[in-house]
Design a protein around this ligand. Structure first.
Ligand code: SAM
Length: 223
């Protein structure tokens, strides 16, 4: 449970050095590169392993609550670094974390360009809905860590959960829904559909995938 989770008191205190390869020599004089993409509930890591294909050089982090699953993804990333010399996977990392509770401990305001919620646990029963990864409070937390114009991505095969997530982000003043065309044009959407482990499972079973994305609006006082 949460008392075994390790998390920094604030983002400035977080030591990322053991999660990512050191920056290449040309950039060693510059400041530590920051995480710009978060995959919440990354499971076995399919998304973050594939995303460098379309977002090369972008630092990305998988967050997963299950210890063994996190360890598996960590091993997977380290093996890929050994095989490929750290070039592609040096900026891909994973941590064990409860993303519903400690997001602002890891990320500063406006730090992230993209946040992914891929096939989150559906928690079907009404009394379990509070365990869902999207709520009015959590939508505000995602808005806090996302930069203006940053994108919130969601995908699920559970239609009810899709409507639930859509309702909360649609109703939130800091999010604006992407049009169907914008969604179709986004290279990350294809990766989310085909390269997540759950996406593959839904494909095999001939299920439907519901995708919806939102742009983080500029805060009114910033305009
Ligand atoms: N995103 C992956 C995919 O699409 O293949 C995995 C989807 S799986 C159905 C949901 C994952 O979210 C599980 O691995 C679960 O352990 C993780 N999870 C659930 N609640 C979480 C939380 N509060 N913080 C971090 N991860 C969580």
């Amino acid at each position: 449970s949460d008392h075994q989770l390790v998390y920094p008191p604030c983002p400035q205190e977080m030591d990322w050095s053991k999660h990512f390869s050191p920056s290449s020599p040309t950039t060693s004089t510059s400041k530590e590169k920051k995480v710009e993409v978060a995959d919440i509930g990354c499971g076995f890591g399919g998304l973050i392993i594939s995303l460098p294909k379309v977002l090369p050089g972008v630092r990305m982090l998988g967050m997963e609550i299950r210890t063994q699953v996190t360890e598996y993804v960590d091993e997977r990333i380290r093996a890929l670094r050994r095989l490929q010399g750290g070039e592609v996977y040096g900026d891909v990392g994973v941590i064990r974390a409860n993303a519903m509770k400690f997001l602002p401990n890891f990320f500063e305001r406006s730090q992230l360009q993209k946040v992914f919620l891929c096939f989150p646990d559906p928690h079907f029963k009404a009394r379990k809905h509070k365990a869902r990864i999207v709520s009015p409070t959590l939508a505000s937390e995602y808005a806090y860590v996302l930069a203006p114009a940053g994108i919130m991505y969601t995908i699920t095969d559970v239609e009810d959960l899709h409507h639930w997530m859509a309702k909360h982000f649609d109703e939130h003043p800091l999010f604006e829904r992407l049009t169907g065309e914008e969604v179709d044009d986004d290279v990350c959407v294809a990766v989310m559909k085909t390269d997540t482990e759950e996406g593959k499972k839904v494909e095999r079973n001939g299920g439907k995938k519901f995708v919806a994305c939102w742009r983080r609006r500029v805060d009114p006082e910033w305009v």
